[in-house]
Write a protein that binds this ligand. Structure first.
Ligand code: AHM
Ligand code: MG
Length: 338
């Protein structure tokens, strides 16, 4: 029997839209499209162990079908669904060198653009560890009716209209934020709908978990090393030592920290001062979400959302998490060694 107390993603976004008398429904449509693409990716992620979908792009599987890497498949699904939807004028993806213009009558007249990392945590794909899609939505700055340009994509994160992620894990969950708050929807596989399961998510002010790649320890700055030692020490004021958790899929690490409280760090190293993570596809959407939930995200010197990007695939050091833990980290980052 269907539980009518449970709101589906569509019902929820339409209700939210009604709070804005001038809303056209385009954002609700865009989120519905993202939900649809996510369901398709979910199906493939779930059967990744059964069919040979992990081979090289271009291989032919036993059914004689062309095999696609899951991240290529995910990118294709999101791009295709948004191209055929009515709410998106163009996209940029971590998988593609350049942005894509949806140059048809309906798309040209759409007011939103979308950016995504179609499958974050790619090193975990073939070992059954949670992976996810991260997305972000902006209002275009060019005139509707014309093709989108690079300017539409190189906007600061503080101009996001919505951002979210889908995690294909022990269950599949879609979490998205607007300025009205952060809400999570778990996929009910039996009816194929995302259902509201985590309403109004708030990130705990404090937490006990820290996530960092310890393998990079000797390449970190002295400030970061000192902060990590602080995480490991017994400490009455912060409840330390903290517990270390690092999945290697940032989207899953940040999701856990969002729900339970915690901090995630991907600092720059001596060899790679800007670190590994991409500002537009990974850091901005997660920063927008954590702020909407009461947390904080910086690059070590400034708020992530205030960074003005100059290129699509720009990287940035990234620190994100519970407010008090971020403040504690900042105390260390300001202590510059002489
Ligand atoms: P990806 O988009 O290719 O998966 O790369 C991003 C991922 C993050 O999800 C994760 O936190 C990080 O890379 C792990 O990198 P490392 O192995 O250097 O710690
Ligand atoms: Mg990624």
């Amino acid at each position: 029997m269907v539980n009518r107390k449970v709101l589906t993603l569509d019902e929820f976004t339409i209700r939210e839209m009604r709070a804005f008398p001038k809303a056209t429904g385009e954002l609700a449509g865009l989120l519905r499209d993202i939900g649809l693409a996510a369901k398709r990716v979910n199906v493939e992620v779930n059967k990744a162990g059964l069919v040979d979908i992990l081979g090289e792009t271009g291989d032919v599987n036993v059914q004689g079908e062309e095999v696609k890497l899951l991240d290529v498949f995910a990118n294709d699904q999101f791009t295709r669904v948004l191209r055929h939807g009515i709410s998106c004028a163009g996209i940029a993806s971590e998988e593609l060198d350049d942005f894509v213009i949806f140059d048809n009558e309906i798309s040209r007249n759409s007011k939103y653009i979308c950016m995504y990392d179609p499958l974050d945590g790619s090193s975990n794909i073939d070992v059954n560890v949670s992976i996810g899609t991260i997305f972000s939505v902006y209002r275009r700055v060019t005139e509707t009716g014309t093709p989108v340009t690079k300017k539409d994509f190189l906007q600061a994160g503080n101009r996001q209209v919505a951002a979210g992620y889908i995690i294909y894990g022990s269950s599949t969950i879609l979490v998205y934020a607007t300025k009205r708050g952060v809400n999570g929807f778990t996929l009910d596989q039996s009816i194929g709908e995302f259902c509201l399961s985590h309403p109004n998510i708030k990130c705990p002010e404090n937490g006990k978990m820290y996530s960092v790649n310890h393998g990079n320890y000797y390449s970190f700055s002295e400030e970061i090393k000192k902060y990590i030692e602080c995480c490991q020490r017994k400490n009455k004021t912060n409840g330390g030592p903290y517990t270390q958790r690092y999945i290697g899929s940032m989207v899953s690490d940040v999701h856990r920290n969002l729900i339970r409280g915690g901090i995630f760090l991907y600092p720059g190293t001596k060899e790679k001062p800007k670190g590994k993570l991409r500002l537009l596809y990974e850091c901005n959407p997660l920063a927008y979400m954590i702020e909407a939930a009461g947390g904080k995200a910086t690059d070590g010197t400034q708020r992530i959302l205030d960074k003005v990007p100059t290129e699509l695939h720009e990287r940035t050091p990234f620190f994100i998490g519970s407010l008090k833990m971020m403040e504690e980290l900042e105390g260390y980052l300001l202590k510059v060694e002489s």
